[in-house]
Write a protein that binds this ligand. Structure first.
Ligand code: PEP
Ligand code: MN
Length: 376
């Protein structure tokens, strides 16, 4: 909940009433209250006793226990209930005498730090994401051929990458562009894993393919275009494989956290958020990589956060700098597009770094990781 809001509220209440609000808030933290829904309803000033009573009755009707606190200028009603429904907030907000309704609990219950104060870790085929070591997932945007994939896989492994990325099913903006090798691409990824020992992360595009893609991979990527495709997210969660949820290109952080909630709510605790840039008015870069979101997600959630600077800025020349920034700000892992010959890449040619550039990047990241108490 927003404690700033409570402080503000306290200032609006006369001093003799402050203990009452404090009492409500402290009761709200008692074990018997732990799984209850709590909210604070602030009434407008000069509300008549009848109007106040109408809101109290509505709160009861919705199944909450009201706790009325009268101030000099305002009346505040604390409410404690059993069920959680966002609709309740809307219903109360619709009353003209209500100034605001603030839920005490976060809507993103399971992904929030309130539910799990420590950082959680995700194990993807033996690679632990969210611990001291920053994991680097590297590989081509698309799996194009055996030669391209194997060459990249061996080179990124030698440079220190711990997971291999590569799209077999590609979500292309145009239907006339390369759509990926499909299952043949998955087979090549599995072969690369066999040769290098690196677990695989690859994108899942449709619910029908959830089992197929999960069979070949160690982590399922939900792309930016599907970040609020809840049925797809649920299908991914149900495979039991770790789910890397990219941020939708026009998605607010809260919406992203709630999309992630679908994974945990479907009994899969292995969720990773991935910041990959959002649409802004800036068009120098393909997207605007929002590194502030990394700090926000770290504060709000216990789940690991990954940064993808390749889609994030869309320019190979910027990828190294953005990786360094991501590590400094607290990313748990990086997702980097690497191609043996970027100019010949079938997709995202402008943003893939070459094998030498990737090796340089890994060396450059070491002191930055150490400076923030991590290793790479
Ligand atoms: C990708 O990783 O190649 C990709 C398509 O990502 P996004 O969904 O972030 O665009
Ligand atoms: Mn790409």
């Amino acid at each position: 909940m927003s404690w700033e809001f409570v402080d503000e509220l306290k200032q609006n209440l006369p001093s003799r009433r402050q203990p009452s609000l404090r009492l409500f808030l402290s009761q709200a933290r008692f074990p018997w209250c732990k799984n209850k829904t709590k909210m604070i309803v602030v009434l407008k000033s000069n509300v008549s006793p009848e109007e106040e009573n109408a809101v109290v009755e509505e709160i009861k009707k919705l199944g909450y226990r009201p706790h009325v606190m009268h101030g000099v200028a305002r009346t505040v009603i604390g409410a404690i209930g059993d069920e959680h429904s966002h609709r309740d907030l809307d219903v109360l907000n619709a009353w003209t005498q209500v100034e605001s309704v603030t839920p005490i609990q976060k809507r993103h219950k399971l992904v929030s730090r309130e539910a799990h104060p420590q950082n959680s870790t995700v194990n993807a085929g033996g690679v632990i994401v969210g611990g001291k070591k920053i994991q680097v997932m590297a590989g081509p945007c698309s799996v194009e051929s055996e030669e391209q994939l194997m060459k990249t896989a061996h080179a990124v492994k030698a440079a220190g990458a711990s997971m291999l990325r590569g799209g077999a099913f590609k979500p292309r903006t145009s239907p006339y562009e390369f759509q990926g090798l499909g299952e043949d691409g998955l087979k090549l990824l599995a072969k690369a894993r066999e040769e290098t020992g690196m677990p695989i992360v690859t994108e899942l595009l449709s619910q029908d393919q959830a089992e197929l893609v999960a069979e070949y991979s160690d982590m399922l990527q939900i792309g930016t275009r599907n970040a609020q495709n809840f049925q797809l997210i649920i299908a991914a969660a149900k495979t039991g494989k770790p789910v890397l949820l990219k941020r939708g290109m026009s998605m607010r952080i809260m919406e992203w956290l709630l999309a992630g909630e679908y994974v945990l709510a479907n009994r899969n605790a292995n969720l990773l958020f991935c910041e990959r840039g959002i649409r802004t008015f800036e068009d120098y870069t393909r997207n605007t990589l929002d590194l502030s979101a990394v700090a926000v997600v770290k504060a709000e959630s216990h789940c690991p956060i990954v940064v993808d600077p390749s889609q994030g800025c869309g320019k190979a020349s910027l990828v190294r700098s953005m990786c360094k920034g991501a590590v400094a700000v607290g990313a748990d892992a990086l997702l980097v597009e690497v191609h043996p010959n970027p100019t010949e890449a079938i997709s995202d040619a402008a943003q893939q770094i070459d094998l030498k550039g990737f090796a340089t990047l890994m060396n450059e990241l070491t002191p930055i990781a150490e400076s923030v108490g991590r290793e790479i």
